[in-house]
Design a protein around this ligand. Structure first.
Ligand SMILES: Nc1nc2c(ncn2[C@@H]2O[C@H](COP(=O)(O)OP(=O)(O)OP(=O)(O)O)[C@@H](O)[C@H]2O)c(=O)[nH]1
Ligand SMILES: [Mg+2]
Length: 241
């Protein structure tokens, strides 16, 4: 299946070269689209230079920092227009090991529409997270699964592969959420449309270099949106009765 890995970057000059090299080694047939938001640290230049050397790497530079969800919406639209059959989401801070990507792609070959790299199924792990962060992520996920009737243990994971045909039914311009909320919203939309969502275990490595762009705003956005979508779904069902 023709595969495009969409790699959003903001201030990842220290990580992007290694991510691209490891991706190339793990999935030599896949193409890569780096979506960089004009990172002041020169991430795009590093990506272009390594891309020249490896091949199959395009770099889309946007005007300024517009958020993770927006970068994926852009990258997916571009990939669909170019006719890719599979679109992959992955962080570019080495938290997601490219070596795990073949197992996600194999799940799509086996018929899944969305394969999520999961920390919360047997075999999955987050070795270096603090108790506080673990708690927030685990319970945030439990809440999202409950509010949205999602049969998924790790709906906030940003390491995943989509079948393009499953994305085609989703109006990406109407997907509004940005961080964790974006991941939850996309899983919700694929499964609501009858898509088959599966999870495969991953080990999530905490970033070693560069700085986090995660904020409390992103966490509250996700919790508020889960609640709103859950209530909306229930209202729609009630009205249909
Ligand atoms: N293009 C683009 N990429 C972004 C933006 N915000 C974050 N990213 C990228 O999205 C990925 C995830 O962001 P992180 O800052 O690592 O967020 P996180 O993984 O939840 O937090 P950490 O635990 O600190 O790594 C990274 O590859 C970032 O470079 C943005 O506004 N635009
Ligand atoms: Mg990260």
């Amino acid at each position: 299946m023709r595969t495009l890995v969409v790699l959003p970057t903001y201030q990842e000059a220290e990580n992007v070269a290694e991510v691209l090299r490891r991706l190339h080694a793990a999935v030599p047939d896949a193409d890569v689209l780096v979506v960089d938001d004009a990172s002041p640290d020169g991430t795009a230049e590093v990506a272009k230079a390594v891309g020249q050397e490896l091949g199959q790497v395009d770099v889309l530079v946007r005007a300024g920092k517009a958020g993770l969800g927006s970068a994926y919406r852009n990258g997916f639209a571009e990939g669909m227009a170019r006719g890719y059959e599979v679109l992959v989401e992955m962080d570019s801070d080495l938290s997601h090991d490219p070596a795990a990507l073949p197992s996600l792609l194999a799940a799509l070959q086996d018929g899944a529409d969305l394969a999520i790299g999961s920390r919360y199924i047997p075999g999955g792990s987050i070795p270096r997270w603090s108790v506080g962060r673990r708690f927030l992520s685990r319970w945030g996920n439990r809440y999202a699964a409950w509010a949205l009737h999602l049969g998924v243990h790790d709906a906030t994971s940003g390491f995943r592969a989509y079948r393009a045909s499953a994305l085609a039914g989703i109006d990406l311009d109407r997907v509004r959420a940005d961080g964790y909320g974006f991941q939850i919203e996309m899983a919700h939309l694929v499964s609501r449309d009858g898509g088959k969502v599966v999870e495969r275990p991953i080990e999530f490595i905490d970033r070693e270099r560069g700085t986090s762009k995660m904020s409390s705003r992103i966490i509250f956005e996700a919790l508020a949106l889960d609640t709103w979508w859950g209530l909306r779904d229930r209202l729609v069902k009630l009205r249909r009765r």
